[in-house]
Design a protein around this ligand. Sequence first.
Ligand SMILES: Cc1cc2nc3c(=O)[nH]c(=O)nc-3n(C[C@H](O)[C@H](O)[C@H](O)COP(=O)(O)OP(=O)(O)OC[C@H]3O[C@@H](n4cnc5c(N)ncnc54)[C@H](O)[C@@H]3O)c2cc1C
Length: 431
Amino acid sequence: MITKNTNILISGASIAGPTLAYWLKRYGFTPTVIERAPQLREGGYPIDVRHEAVQVAKLMGIWSRLQQEKTNIGEISFVNERHQRIFRVNLQPLRKAFDPSTVEITRGDLAKTLYDLTKDEVEYCFGDSIQALKQDEEGVDVTFERGGSRRFDLVVGADGLHSIVRTLVFGDEAQFERYFGYQVGVFTTDNYLGLDEASMQMYNVPGKGVGLRSTRGNQALVAYFLFKQPNKLRYDHHDVERQKQLLAEVFASEAWEVPRLLEKMQTAPDLYFDAVSQIRMETWSHGRAVLLGDAGYCPALLSGQGSSLAMMGAYILAGELKVALGDHQRAFPQYEQAFRPVVTKEQKKVGSGNFFVPGTGLGLWVRNHLGPLLMPPALVAAELWGGLLPMSNSRPSRLKDYDGNVLPTINTIQPGEPLQGGSKDEPTATA
Ligand SMILES: Cc1cc2nc3c(=O)[nH]c(=O)nc-3n(C[C@H](O)[C@H](O)[C@H](O)COP(=O)(O)OP(=O)(O)OC[C@H]3O[C@@H](n4cnc5c(N)ncnc54)[C@H](O)[C@@H]3O)c2cc1C
């Protein structure tokens, strides 16, 4: 029975926040979620749920919904300005070899699934933000931007790369940010090219790349713009018009579909524009405040790990609070001790981005000419490696069991397979 610190404020309703709210509610806490956006953000870019996040999804009973809503990328075609294919990368053998249990889903669909699971039992406050926090021995006084204040026992920052909780509790973001020298822009528009979900097209000039793929049953098109930007751009993170202007300026002279896409961007409802950065901190908690997901340990989008770390972190943080019966002084260090090795390992895996965005004309030439030669043997090697599974790739789960479940070995779980001894895969497990 949880006896202390039951009343918990979570800032951010994307992946980390609602996952934590689910587990806290299940363990007897009372979470409240505050989200700056006026409603759930539906950004359409696909992300991966991988590693132990698959187990977390299964324990939450949402795995079959994720399966239903998954997107299915099969290949990437690199094209020139005349829409001719230079070469293609078949992703299926690579996935089978290195990521067999991963599901790819749009970030918005994952966020919506998590929100739907919790919305009836968790208080969500949209269109507001924490403005100030004042901690004392017994709790935290929170003042909100829209006015008013409330007192909570604990506060969790699950509010992303530019976390307000981190800034208020730990100070300026720049101390913790490791910038990778790229800027990204992503938005959705109509599938005016009639592209198929299984294939992504990628166009490059030195230092810049534009990717296109369809989602949502081929109804929508996701456009990715990635460019090298050695000096970090300075702009207001909430000024979307300025962000559109910056992206349009960088790609103004490019060919292929770029002029049309920049035109469509002007009316896109969901532009995501941000630096490719990692957050590295020596500690994730201070007193009664703690950080979760991108707010505490953003791995940078080139890693493809952000959503998975957010879900795993939420499961562990809630689990440690449960075990400590709400005592944050025991639970926060335990959360950190259990999860930091995982985060450190995954943060080291970030690729350079040079394959997708070669920085020079020579680099682009090399990729476009060596890629077609090297890809077939690489795929044969991947097929062979995939054939060796589960021996080669399986390992014990890095998650502890907080809830009486037996956690299966990673990468031997097949899509749709329930947890060993667990009946929690189907949506019976509500918060
Ligand atoms: C193009 C792209 C591709 C990606 N690909 C992958 C991938 O393949 N695999 C993967 O795992 N991850 C990927 N990611 C990263 C992934 O989206 C994030 O790492 C993941 O969503 C982290 O979840 P989070 O909940 O911690 O933070 P976020 O998703 O950033 O959510 C933070 C939430 O907090 C809200 N918020 C912000 N400020 C405030 C405030 N002051 N008050 C209240 N609320 C606030 C935001 O509106 C948002 O809803 C990708 C990201 C991008 C942009």
